[in-house]
Design a protein around this ligand. Structure first.
Ligand code: FHN
Length: 426
C-alpha cells in the first residue's frame, strides 16, 4: 500500500473534479433533504421509488461534459441519506435495479467515466433514513424524528453497521479500481467508532489499498497523529478555507472544497440561483492558490439530465481551462504574498499570475525584480515584456518589484487573465 502522500499525488495534480448528487429526490425536485425537511414517511416516499425511471440517463454524456469542463475526477452518490441505492446491492431491495429503471446505474457510471479517462469516486452516506435499524425517533435529522410510531421501535444498530460495512465491501469489490471513497457524514455521537470506523477502514484498505478517503467518518485529520479513519483529505463544504488547511504540526494537508452550482446538491427545479462561470473560475483558482481542490456539484433531474444552466457554466469554465489549465493542474500555493490584482499559483519554476482586477497602468509583481526569465499570456502564449515603465520609474516605489504592461485598458479575460512567469533558476 502506498503512503498517504503517494496515494494523494494524482489528487493534488488533478485539482478539479465533478460531484454528482442524483437519486429518487430528483423526482420531487426540492433537493436531496426533502424527506427530512418535509418529514416524509417511508410510505409517502415509496411512490418515487415505484416511479423512478431515468429514461435519459446516459453517463457517457455526463463523462464527456466533465472532460470538456476540464474535470479530472468524479464522485457520484451511490446512496444518499434516503437510503436508496443506485447500485445493485445484494443486501437490500431498495435499489435502482428494482425500480422501473431496472439498471445498475453505478456500473454504467464507472465504465463511462473511466472510458473518458477520469478517476472515479463513490459518495456513500453512512446516514440511512430507510434502514429499519438506523436510529429515527429523537435523532436530529431523521425524517421520523418526531413520529411517535418510531418511539418504541426496537433497533439493533449493529445490524445497520453490518449492512453499511457490507455495502461498502460490495462497492469496492464489484466495480473494479475505485479512486475515492467519499463518506458523508458524522454528527453528534454518530462518529468514529460508532460507525466501527477502524474496522471499516481496515476492510477498505484490504480491498482497495490506494483509494482516497475523505475525513467525514470522524476523527481529527489535523492531529499530529490522526486516527486511521481520519481520512486522506479534509472536506470543507460551501466555503474555500480562508487560510488553506494545516495540521497541528503546521504542515499542509490535502483538502477539497465541495461547492454547489446553485444552492442545492440534489436537483431542485425552482433553484435558479446559479453562480457565474467567473465565480467558478475564481473559486477554483482560490482553492489551488491555497493548496486545495475544487469538487463542483451537478444535480441531474429525474430523467437523468444535467440542468442546462449547469451545462452552460461547466462549458464556459471548460473553455477557460482549455487555455489556462496549466495554471491549475499540478499547481499549488506560491510562497508570495497575495497580490492586490488577484492570486498566484505555482508549479516548479512556473509562477502563474491570475489577474482579476486590471487597475490602471502596469501590473506590479512585488519582490520579483530580476527573477523573471520570461513572461507569456498563458491563453495564447504571446510574449509579454517585463520592464519598468517611465511612470513607475519616476513616480512609484519599485523596490524589488517587477512590472508587466498588458496591452489595452481592459483585461483580455475579465474572469481571469493568466500570465505565465518563468522564474530564473535559483
Ligand atoms: O447532508 C449532505 C448533503 O446532502 C450533501 O451531500 C453534502 C455534500 O457534501 N454533504 C452533506 C451536508 O454536509
Amino acid at each position: 500500500m502506498n503512503s498517504k502522500s503517494e496515494r494523494t499525488d494524482w489528487f493534488l495534480d488533478a485539482r478539479y473534479g465533478m460531484f454528482i448528487h442524483w437519486g429518487l429526490y430528483a423526482i420531487p425536485a426540492r433537493g436531496e433533504w426533502v424527506r427530512s425537511f418535509e418529514k416524509i414517511s417511508k410510505d409517502d416516499y415509496q411512490g418515487f421509488f415505484e416511479e423512478f425511471n431515468p429514461t435519459q440517463y446516459n453517463p457517457r454524456e455526463w463523462a464527456k461534459v466533465a472532460k470538456a469542463a476540464g474535470q479530472k475526477y468524479v464522485v457520484l452518490t451511490t446512496k444518499h441519506h434516503d437510503g436508496f441505492c443506485l447500485f445493485d446491492s445484494k443486501l437490500t431491495d431498495y435499489k435502482a435495479t428494482n425500480t422501473p429503471a431496472k439498471r445498475d446505474l453505478i456500473e454504467e457510471y464507472v465504465s463511462a467515466f473511466r472510458e473518458e479517462g477520469l478517476k472515479v469516486g463513490f459518495y456513500y452516506s453512512i446516514i440511512d433514513w430507510y434502514h429499519e435499524h438506523y436510529p429515527a425517533y429523537g435523532d436530529r435529522i431523521h425524517p421520523m424524528r418526531e413520529n411517535e410510531k418510531y418511539k418504541d421501535k426496537n433497533i439493533d444498530f449493529e445490524k445497520y453497521l453490518e449492512y453499511m460495512h457490507g455495502q461498502v465491501k460490495e462497492l469496492l469489490t464489484n466495480y473494479g479500481k475505485i479512486d475515492i471513497m467519499w463518506f458523508d457524514f458524522s454528527y453528534d455521537d454518530m462518529t468514529g467508532e460508532k460507525w466501527k470506523a477502524t474496522e471499516l477502514i481496515s476492510m477498505i484498505r484490504d480491498i482497495q489499498p490506494d483509494i482516497l478517503i475523505d475525513n467525514r467518518l470522524g476523527g481529527n485529520i489535523k492531529a499530529s497523529k490522526p486516527e486511521i479513519y481520519a481520512g486522506d483529505f479534509y472536506s470543507p463544504e460551501q466555503i474555500v478555507p480562508p487560510e488553506g488547511i494545516l495540521n497541528e504540526n503546521g504542515e499542509q494537508i490535502p483538502w477539497e472544497a465541495c461547492i454547489t452550482l446553485n444552492d442545492n446538491w440534489g436537483y431542485h427545479a425552482k433553484d435558479k440561483n446559479y453562480k457565474s462561470p467567473k465565480q467558478v473560475i475564481r473559486t477554483l483558482v482560490e482553492c489551488v492558490s491555497k493548496n486545495g481542490n475544487l469538487l463542483l456539484n451537478v444535480g441531474p433531474d429525474a430523467k437523468g439530465i444535467i440542468p442546462e444552466e449547469s451545462l452552460d457554466i461547466l462549458a464556459e469554465v471548460g473553455k477557460w481551462m482549455k487555455r489556462n489549465g496549466d495554471s491549475i493542474y499540478g499547481c499549488k500555493a506560491a510562497e508570495l504574498t497575495k497580490p492586490e490584482w488577484g492570486r498566484y499559483t505555482q508549479n516548479g519554476n512556473k509562477l502563474y499570475a491570475h489577474v482579476f482586477d486590471r487597475g490602471i497602468g502596469p501590473i506590479y509583481f512585488a519582490g520579483l525584480r530580476g527573477k523573471i526569465k520570461k513572461a507569456r499570456l498563458l491563453s495564447d502564449g504571446s510574449e509579454l515584456k517585463v520592464q519598468t515603465p517611465w511612470m513607475a520609474e519616476q513616480y512609484s516605489d519599485i523596490e524589488g518589484g517587477a512590472f508587466i504592461t498588458l496591452p489595452g485598458a481592459r483585461l483580455p479575460d475579465e474572469s481571469d487573465t493568466v500570465i505565465e512567469l518563468e522564474l530564473m533558476e535559483e
